[in-house]
Write a protein that binds this ligand. Sequence first.
Ligand code: ADP
Length: 464
Amino acid sequence: MIFAVLILLLLWVFQYFFLARYYRTARVRAVGEVADNIAGSFGSNSLQVEMKRAAFDNSMCIVLADTTGRIIAAENNLGSFSRFFADAMGSGQYMEELRSALGSGKDDSVIRILKSESLKSDEIIYCRSFTSRSSTMPYYIYIEASAEPIDSTVSIIREQLIYITIILIELAFIITLFISKRLSRPIVGITETAKKFAGGDFGVEFDQRGYLEISELSDVLDKAKDEIGKVNKLKADLIANISHDLRTPLTMVKAYAEMIRDLSGDDPVKRNEHVQIIIDEADRLSNLVNDILELSKLETGNLELNYTEFSLHENIRSVLTRYTLLIEQEGWDIAFEPDEDRTVRADAEKLDQVLYNFINNAVNYSGDNKVIRIRQINSEKNTRIEVADNGLGISKELLPMVFDRYYRGDKVKRDKVGTGLGLSICKEILKRHNFAFGVQSEEGKGSAFWFEIPYEKPQQTKQQ
Ligand code: ADP
């Protein structure tokens, strides 16, 4: 609106203040040009035509006279209002005055601007002398013209300007209304939705319609909403899971403690059995708390990896020593199938943790088949470590979830295993290392959990 009003204001200012001034300058210039033309065509046949046309085109009265004041030719387009016409009729003396003014000055032309009562506008009167080749005496051209626009064009333009003003203001108003509605409507919509969202309603949908920037904003907000929703759900799940997992061992601890107090306190065999259960449950609790702490450290990125270079064979063999008891006393067949040894760069302690988790899971979910293989498979670009069992396996539907936090197979008995955090800890450790990892499994046949350590050929080998 302001822009439209400014333009109009400019137009009106030009129309009213500058048009008259501009017109006058143009008229003065036109008068000079006409005089030049007539002087130029003096003595030729076209003089009469030239004068007629100039007078008609410019609404002028043009008179050509000699020094004595005798009129040689005249064209009057101002009608009886003309001062020169009055001169010719003997009732005026403008031409004479101009001629004497010209005579006393140095210039060969003189111009005056007079107020005309009859025409109610300013008038230009002009005189110029020139000499022709045929005579030594000078000749005079007198021109009289209105200095203000007096024809109908000006009033038409003014009228048009009024219409333009009205149309422009209305148009600006309508366009402004339309654009501001179009701009603000989606923003208002988004704000409303955002308010609901801020109030905790995660089911809201941000309207993606509207111009590009708005639909992008909606898109971003929608994504943010989804993420926050997910985090919220995860938080709720986490609290539910943790409290459930904490409560179960606590109930057991309490129940067995009461049992010792009330029943088995005096029976050393029973009492020891019950105390052992309490100790086991306490261990389970501390494992759970440790796992939660470990995972939260890993997930928040607060855990620095301590990279070292070490021999893969040595590392895996030292991990396996933990299972000697299982192998010797419980009939487990746990063996390492090595490839050529490689020096790898990783956080050895964390990598051991991954291996322990994989092997423990294999032990826990092997069922009656007690065969577990830890395989090393070398390739050009990486070293793959695989922990394979021939146990229960994992169904296709559940396979994508095993690395998720708190995921535990439904068939898993409580007394069997840990916290449901083991594989998510492995996932975080491997992700931090940028190692590829995964699982292949078939229900009833067994599973193979694997990860790959990127391998670079040592410099020396290249030189050889
Ligand atoms: P946890 O072993 O404490 O339950 P994990 O995160 O280590 O938690 O494992 C998640 C789930 O993945 C297990 O509950 C189990 O259902 C499944 N799983 C893991 N390893 C194996 C395996 N080797 N064979 C079959 N199922 C497995």
